[in-house]
Design a protein around this ligand. Structure first.
Ligand code: AMP
Length: 217
């Protein structure tokens, strides 16, 4: 299985699609946002500094993210390939990642871009809830993503939480950060001939069907 990089604006469905690929192909899904949210749970100065950046919708400094990422992809479950959800976020992270891959004698794999209109993505945030244990994403605005029992994870039976950066004000900042810093990655990877586009404006199953087709090619 090749590794997969998912690139998309915030709330386009990266996390949901990553979970589906993970379940179908049995490879780990790595969300740098989740790795950072775990750091933020600590009670120290670095956690406080990162918490402030997350709440502003800005990007955490590359060195911190690269350390977390490198440690995670060095684990044995990543040898067979993995999905990256939220990394790289800018061209300098992509360049650093290329160097890491070279050292590890791995290749980049494929890059899948989830295309979506800003207002459709933004409208999803008010219903988005996550399980704090298994990180599964639910959406109370979307029929096939609702939890079976209101407010509880179907698998872990614990209370679902809403991300503190899922509010309309922070969303606009996160979206602008995406346009300015992350979208240029599409050209960066296009130059390597490994980019595929998917329409992510409809249901998760519609998105996933297109992804399966790409991965099967
Ligand atoms: P996400 O869960 O991917 O939406 O990420 C949530 C937040 O974590 C982002 O708005 C950034 O503040 C931070 N973040 C996640 N991944 C990265 C990354 N690769 N580089 C810098 N900051 C990141």
């Amino acid at each position: 299985m090749k590794s997969i990089i998912l690139i998309a604006p915030p709330a386009a469905g990266k996390g949901t699609e990553a979970e589906q690929i993970k379940n179908q192909y049995n490879i780990p899904s790595i969300s740098t946002g989740d790795l950072l949210r775990d750091v933020v749970k600590r009670d120290d100065e670095q956690a406080q500094a990162i918490r402030e950046i997350l709440n502003k919708g800005a990007l955490v400094p590359d060195e911190i993210v690269l350390d977390l990422l490198k440690a995670r992809i060095s684990q044995s479950d990543c040898e067979i390939g993995y999905i990256l959800d939220g990394f790289p976020r800018n061209v300098s992270q992509a360049e650093a990642y290329d160097k890491i891959l070279k050292e590890m004698k791995r290749d980049t794999g494929v890059v899948i871009v989830l295309d979506i209109d800003k207002e459709i993505a933004k409208s999803r945030i008010s219903g988005r809830f996550t399980c704090p244990m298994c990180k599964r994403i639910y959406n109370t605005n979307t029929g096939d993503m609702k939890p079976k029992k209101i407010g509880l994870c179907d698998d872990c039976n614990v209370e679902l939480i809403q991300r503190s950066d899922d509010n309309p004000e922070t969303y606009d900042d996160r979206y602008n950060t995406y346009l300015e810093k992350t979208e240029p990655l599409v050209d960066y990877y296009d130059a390597q001939g490994i980019v595929y586009h998917v329409d992510s404006s409809k249901s998760p199953s519609h998105t996933h069907a297109q992804v399966i087709k790409i991965l099967g090619e």
